[in-house]
Design a protein around this ligand. Structure first.
Ligand code: AMP
Ligand code: MG
Length: 344
């Protein structure tokens, strides 16, 4: 199969992409979070191809991307007031709402669940593709399962060239980590995955929020969890990743003392001078956490190299999107964290 490359700046891109979606094809779509591997979410055969191309476990549900708040009731029922409050405040944006699914939504799309994840992306070209195709677009992150997510069209090309119908290129993703997921199907709202919208901002609207244990700990493969995606090894390069916490100086002392040839250091731009000779790679500025979330997956992809033995990683502290960066890095590190303050 020849993969078609479409620029978001080209006039007819949305129309061509929508035609492919309508015919049951696969189109990699840009969003503000990460690039998604999109297909008609109501077409079982098209959705089956997403799972096949990604190598995704069947029980890992897909998010349905919709064009606006007015479409929530088309795909969900028993919608609490909180869903509209959140959508009003954060859509279009990096927030996915889990709601009871209407019966006509294929269970292949929802990973066999009776609930559905809905999101309206903050990306005009993708909303236009959804609108023109007339269907919700089911799209997981476009990476091959288990690999770091795709935040540029080039990442998608690397993983899927010749295996999908088209890639729509809208430049690097602004947020860079996947959407925040909130489950609204229980009496108390539950954070299933941190993302571009921080827990504090959610709390302000909801007044209550339970943080699911899958966010803060390693989940067993056989466990029954609310967000099935959270239990799989995720976001990780091939090498071992170790997060080193603590002050800049103590962390550098620890890493330099343990560094061996073949290791790499993933750090903040401000720290580069501290790691001369240790092959450091910066993923953004500690002073601007948005650059860290935007740069994280590109850096993890660069470090996805069998010749690298171990990666020592520095992780931002704090809430907001930093909470999502912490979550992704901890998953990449399988929760292997060293505190340089204690080790010193
Ligand atoms: P990805 O698009 O790769 O970020 O994966 C989407 C993630 O959304 C999945 O891994 C699930 O954890 C989560 N998700 C989607 N739909 C549901 C749902 N109905 N219930 C719970 N989690 C969901
Ligand atoms: Mg993913």
């Amino acid at each position: 199969m020849k993969t078609l490359y479409l620029s978001a700046r080209q006039e007819n891109t949305a129309r061509i992409a929508a035609e492919i979606i309508k015919k049951g094809g696969l189109v990699a779509i840009p969003t503000e979070t990460v690039y998604g591997l999109g297909a008609n979410g109501l077409d079982e055969a098209a959705v089956a191809r997403i799972f096949e191309v990604k190598g995704r476990p069947q029980d890992n549900p897909l998010i349905l991307h919709i064009a606006g708040t007015d479409q929530i009731a088309r795909f969900a029922h028993h919608i609490p007031r909180a869903a509209y409050d959140l959508a009003e405040k954060f859509w279009p944006g990096p927030l996915t709402l889990i709601l009871p699914a209407r019966d006509f939504i294929p269970r292949r799309t929802t990973g066999g669940l009776d609930t559905v994840g809905l999101r309206c992306p903050d990306c005009p070209i993708t909303r236009e593709i959804i609108r023109l195709s007339g269907v919700p677009i089911a799209a997981p992150s476009a990476n091959i399962s288990g690999k770091p997510s795709t935040t540029t069209a080039e990442h998608v090309r690397f993983d899927h060239d010749g295996r999908i119908d088209a890639i729509v290129d809208d430049g690097p993703c602004r947020v860079g980590v996947e959407s925040t997921i909130v489950d609204l199907t229980e009496p108390r709202p539950r954070l299933l995955r941190p993302g571009g919208i921080g827990p504090e901002a959610l709390l302000e609207v909801l007044g209550d929020l339970v943080v699911d244990k899958a966010v803060t700990a390693q989940i067993d493969r056989d466990a029954v969890v609310k967000a099935p995606g959270m239990k799989y090894r995720h976001y990780a390069p091939q090498s071992e990743v170790v997060i080193v916490g603590g002050s800049r100086e103590k962390a550098a002392r620890y890493i330099r003392a343990h560094f061996e040839p073949g290791d790499r250091v993933l750090c903040f731009e401000e720290e580069l001078p501290l790691y001369e000779g240790c092959a450091p790679l910066s993923y953004g500025q500690e002073a601007d956490v948005n650059t860290l979330s935007a740069g994280l997956f590109a850096a993890l992809r660069e470090l996805d190299d069998p010749r690298i033995h171990r990666v020592y990683a520095r992780c931002p502290v704090g809430g907001g999107v930093a909470y999502a960066v912490q979550n992704r890095l901890k998953k990449a590190a399988a929760f292997h964290i060293v505190d340089a303050e204690e080790e010193a």
